[in-house]
Ligand binder design. Structure first.
Ligand code: KG4
Ligand code: ZN
Length: 360
């Protein structure tokens, strides 16, 4: 069967076509109770990872760069302009026509409400006209599922770290499509902190990639940052203190965009963000004893974070998975992957034209 997935939650217009030959039952990879997992078999699920036939992503970075962040009204207008062409391109690259699509999938939330509505309305129109089921997908679940597209046999329970521009959170997944929130940021998301520091230094938007590029050869120990500690033993995150510390260092040391110390400063900031994230993964892993770790979301593209995350997993003896970079940032393939999982459980779905977008 073929699924056409659409993602327009923020500032990427994306469409993907996925194919699965057997929406049967994924062989259970759940641990036994003794191993720290839940015993029993998986509910109906995909037996193999779907094949991604196309995954077209049109970024709006150039539209928002002059403002140093996403302008919601510009984002939704840009989605309206691009969506038909992006869906058409996804079909062409996949060698499929709309007549062959068996299932439509779309991001329902969280995200920018105007942007979400563009994708949702477009998907509803297609599902209604072609009389096919439509599945609304949660954007955060989609990020977490991205890893399974490339590694369908990841063993449960899984500890997942989701780090994007809007979210930073830890989840325990006991089985496919089950997400227990263990901790989340109390203020800024990790990506947001990177974006804000880049904006303050006039480095452009999005901040993560530019900080990574300019800090690549910098000394990560050059500037003194301390890992933020929460007073309780919670698995929450907080990045606003780090952001304030970074702004203080910038002001006091006079680091600017053209300063020779810029690379050292950016490497130090990136390093502390990575260490803070991995520190909470370590605390969560101690608590929930996962069989696997996954890292996902736009910030998971970051080499320093990937390296620290994998280094921790190696030391702890836990299998770790990180999606390839294209599947970390917003894309429709991950949305299609969740929809296929949902459809495998409830193949009797009708086109749900009452689906509504949710911002949070
Ligand atoms: O998941 P995503 O595409 O969109 C949201 O759902 O937010 O993540 C976007 C975030 C931005 O904050 C961006 O700066 C960050 O991911 N990002 C990176 C890198 N590439 C994107 N952060 C660090 N290093 C990167 N290479
Ligand atoms: Zn995202």
């Amino acid at each position: 069967m073929f699924v056409l997935a659409i993602e327009t939650s923020c500032d990427e217009t994306s469409a993907a076509v996925l194919r699965t030959s057997d929406p049967g039952t994924r062989p259970s990879k759940l641990g036994t109770a003794q191993e720290g997992g839940t015993s029993g078999t998986c509910p109906p699920s995909l037996s193999e990872a779907p094949e991604v036939l196309s995954n077209i992503v049109l970024s709006q970075d150039e539209v928002h760069a002059p403002y140093g962040g996403v302008v919601p009204e510009l984002a939704s207008r840009q989605h309206i302009k691009s969506i038909a062409a992006i869906v058409g391109e996804a079909l062409t690259r996949a060698g499929a026509g709309l007549g062959e699509i068996d299932l439509y999938a779309v991001t329902q939330g969280p995200g920018l409400i105007g942007s979400l509505l563009v994708g949702l309305s477009f998907a509803k129109g297609l599902a209604y006209y072609h009389k096919k089921p439509l599945v609304g997908v949660d954007h955060l679940e989609a990020h977490l599922e991205a890893c399974f597209l490339e590694n369908p046999a990841i063993a449960y329970p899984v500890l997942g770290l989701l780090v994007s521009g809007g979210h930073t959170a830890l989840y325990r997944m006991a089985e496919p499509l089950s997400y227990e929130l263990l901790g989340r940021t109390r203020d800024d998301a990790a990506g947001e902190a990177l974006d804000k520091i880049a904006k303050f230094l006039g480095l452009g938007y999005p901040g993560g990639p530019v900080i990574e590029k300019l800090g690549k050869d910098g000394d990560p120990k050059a500037f003194p940052f301390a890992v933020p500690r929460t007073k309780d033993r919670s698995l929450d995150f907080s990045f606003s203190g780090l952001k304030t510390a970074a702004l203080k260092i910038i002001r006091e040391s006079g680091v600017t965009k053209d300063d020779p110390r810029l690379g050292d400063f950016l490497a130090s900031f990136e390093e502390i963000v990575a260490r803070t994230l991995v520190g909470q993964v370590r605390a969560a892993a101690d608590r929930v004893q996962p069989r696997s770790l996954v890292l996902c979301g736009g910030v998971a593209r970051n080499t320093r974070l990937r390296t620290r995350f994998q280094g921790f997993a190696r030391d702890a003896g836990i299998d770790a998975y990180v999606p390839s970079p294209k599947l970390c940032t917003d894309n429709a393939a991950m949305v299609g992957a969740v929809a296929l999982e949902m459809f495998a459980r409830r193949p009797d779905r009708a086109p749900d034209l009452d689906l509504d977008a949710y911002p949070r």
